[in-house]
Unconditional design. Structure first.
Length: 661
């Protein structure tokens, strides 16, 4: 079930997208065949939204129409990524099983008429999902067109119904063992919340004031586990009939409902969707951020960009267009970071229905359009990169990324609304991206010894195991930067006592933080090295560390703000405030230098993105993206796979894929 078979099957990297032919007629299908050949499409995701056609009434399947499309695609040289349609149950399903509709925290039960109108914990939904997955696998498990299975679509929904409450209680019993242990973990003695029977425990539904934080955190964990269980059931139903790899397309949004690390372990191939949240160079930085996350949750293995938009930037409450050339640039940004291809949502822009204004490979204007010309050019470019298949990316720097810590930061009642996990992660990654370094994300409990530098932008919740792991990393020679409000609570959100952060990390960093002092909105402070900071400050004292910058204001005047501690063979740095952008960039540059890191391709100016993919046999390729408006000379002339020529310089806003060895 390995990925090698997928790229062998495709004869190189994947290019294509979601194909929903049921929206069109035979004349259009004929044109699709021709246009797909022109655009060098070799993989199409089929069936994502086809439940109503595949199972027009409960238990009665109609596969004839899908047979015809799979046969047609196969004859046209296009492999199929076959989806289970379970993200969009048809109206008959919800009418037959109203208890399977999702319920909001305030008790509102939703209705059908959109998509994703199901509760993942409803037994009727789970049965129906398993059944249709099995039926599809039985019919198409060894269809010659089939290259990949695509379970569901963007698992992300939440629910607070009675089915969810019952499943939550089962999960809580398994986690805590006894009601006493749960009461203790959640601190229910306070506010008189003590539970005396399991039936009293609820999902965090709408309530009068703050939810119990332990309840909120456990609900997030439970929901992710439940979602994973739903995925596994479909995957296993498929595996009973088919040996093709199975994936689910993960969304990587700015919130999180899923433990991405756990999903990474359960799929045969990590696949993700990416839609930039800002235009221009910020879109490129966002693509790099998501691509690095995808590769990291894949454990460094090749992964796949399952969806992106040809002309879609979700920003400012609008669907903004991409810049000319971005279809290729954004595709290469993902391929540079380990994607085995570039796929889009969707092949042909819908004429009607809920996603009429989402861009596509063939826009409403038809093939005589800028978008289709760029799609074709991108398809040709991707086709020239076949030799990259199976190669991987290496990073010397990691940013810590932990689902528990993220969920923990979403509970009510934290000391500042500016404590934002996603924003902290993005900022650390952006500073490293601006500095031209390739970055992995890493779990705080994993082996970190291969990284020269590790940054923990925020680790509010830190388990004992992870705290000891960070200690060993530094003791063994690593450089670790920990940022404010880290190591504060244990796995159950109970505060660490005796000073922050948690004991083993405190020794590693050689500091003790006694009091958190959030700053006022818009308040800016100056540190002794002249840098400015905002948002947060701490009453910190050194216990072995050296102070590199101190506070210069109010009661904290003269006390350390930024520290460095020589510990074992490494160094633990602590930053107790939020530096402004220039100060943070300077700190990151200093850490990169002190930790002895180097860019993948040294000698390029800022604004040129360069990532190297390495094949197991020693071959390597530099993928370059020039974000500068002028040409940039290359450190040495190299053969470029995109143009088939030897390139001495990168054109303005241009890209290249250089054969390095
Ligand atoms: C997501 C979904 C698709 C589609 C696109 C539109 O990625 O998976 O079904 O809705 O967004 O941009």
């Amino acid at each position: 079930m390995d990925l090698q078979r997928l790229t062998d099957r495709l004869g190189g990297l994947a290019f294509g997208g979601d194909y929903n032919p049921e929206q069109w007629d035979a004349r259009v299908w004929k044109e699709d065949d021709e246009l797909m050949r022109r655009a060098r499409v070799n993989l199409a995701t089929v069936g994502v939204f086809s439940w109503a056609l595949l199972e027009p009434e409960e238990g009665r399947y109609d596969f004839d129409w899908l047979d015809a499309h799979l046969d047609r695609l196969h004859a046209n040289g296009v492999a199929v990524d076959l989806a289970t349609p379970t993200a969009s149950p048809p109206p008959w399903f919800t009418l037959a099983h109203p208890d399977a509709l999702p319920v909001h925290p305030d008790g509102t039960r939703l209705t059908h008429g959109s998509r994703d109108a199901y509760c993942l914990t409803a037994p009727a939904y789970r049965r129906a999902a398993r059944r249709i997955a099995a039926a599809l696998a039985e019919r198409y498990g060894d269809h010659p067109a089939l290259a990949l299975w695509h379970v569901h679509n963007e698992y992300a929904t939440l629910c607070h119904c009675d089915h969810a409450a019952a499943a939550f209680r089962v999960w809580l019993r398994a986690r805590h063992g006894s009601l006493d242990a749960l009461n203790d973990a959640w601190g229910t003695t306070f506010w008189s919340q003590r539970y005396t029977s399991w039936e009293q425990v609820l999902p965090p539904r709408a309530t009068q004031w703050h939810h119990n934080p332990g309840q909120r955190l456990d609900y997030s964990r439970f929901w992710s586990d439940e979602t994973l269980a739903a995925y596994r059931e479909q995957r296993d139903a498929i595996r009973a009939h088919s040996d093709r790899p199975v994936t689910t397309n993960l969304m990587l949004p700015g919130y999180q409902n899923l433990d991405l690390w756990a999903f990474g372990r359960e799929v045969d191939l990590v696949s993700v969707n990416h839609y930039p949240g800002a235009p221009g160079v910020d879109a490129a930085a966002h693509a790099a951020f998501d691509a690095d996350r995808a590769r990291s949750i894949a454990g460094g293995a090749p992964w796949l960009l399952m969806e992106s938009g040809t002309n879609t930037v979700y920003a400012e409450g609008r669907v903004l267009p991409k810049e000319p050339g971005d279809i290729l640039r954004h595709s290469l940004a993902h391929i540079a970071r380990g994607s085995e291809g570039a796929l889009f949502f969707q092949w042909r822009q819908s004429r009607a229905g809920a996603e009429q204004w989402h861009s596509a490979m063939v826009p409403h204007a038809g093939p005589d359009s800028r978008i289709f010309r760029e799609v074709t050019a991108t398809g040709e470019a991707v086709a020239r990169l076949g030799e990259l298949a199976g190669s991987t990316v290496r990073a010397e720097v990691a940013v810590l990324h932990d689902s528990d810590a993220w969920w923990a930061m979403t509970v009510d009642g934290l000391p500042s609304p500016e404590l934002d996990y996603y924003a902290a992660l993005r900022r650390a990654h952006r500073a490293l991206w601006d500095a031209g370094r390739t970055v992995d994300f890493a779990h705080p409990g994993q082996d970190l010894s291969r990284y020269r530098l590790v940054i923990a932008p925020t680790l509010f919740l830190l388990s004992d195991v992870s705290a000891h792991n960070l200690r060993s990393y530094v003791a063994g020679g690593g450089t670790l930067l920990v940022q404010h409000f880290s190591g504060v609570v244990d796995e159950n959100l109970r505060s660490r006592l005796g000073g922050y952060p948690a004991a083993p990390l405190r020794e590693t960093l050689g500091i003790r933080s006694e009091e958190y002092r959030p700053l006022r909105r818009h308040e800016v402070i100056t540190l002794s090295d002249g840098s400015t900071a905002s948002s947060w400050s701490e009453s910190l004292r050194t216990e072995g560390a050296e102070a590199l910058a101190a506070y210069t204001h109010g009661p904290l005047d003269g006390s350390p703000a930024l520290t460095r501690h020589a510990f074992g063979s490494g160094h633990g740095w602590y930053l107790s405030t939020r530096l402004d952008d220039a100060g943070y960039a300077a700190l990151v540059e200093r850490l990169l230098t002190e930790a002895g890191t180097a860019p993948d391709l040294p000698g390029l100016p800022p604004g040129v993105e360069a990532v190297t993919r390495h094949a197991p046999d020693g071959r390597a390729w530099h993928l370059l993206l020039n974000h500068r408006p002028e040409a940039v000379p290359l450190p040495q002339p190299c053969h470029d796979l995109l143009t088939g020529t030897t390139l001495g310089e990168l054109p303005p806003d241009g890209c290249a894929v250089l054969r390095a060895r």
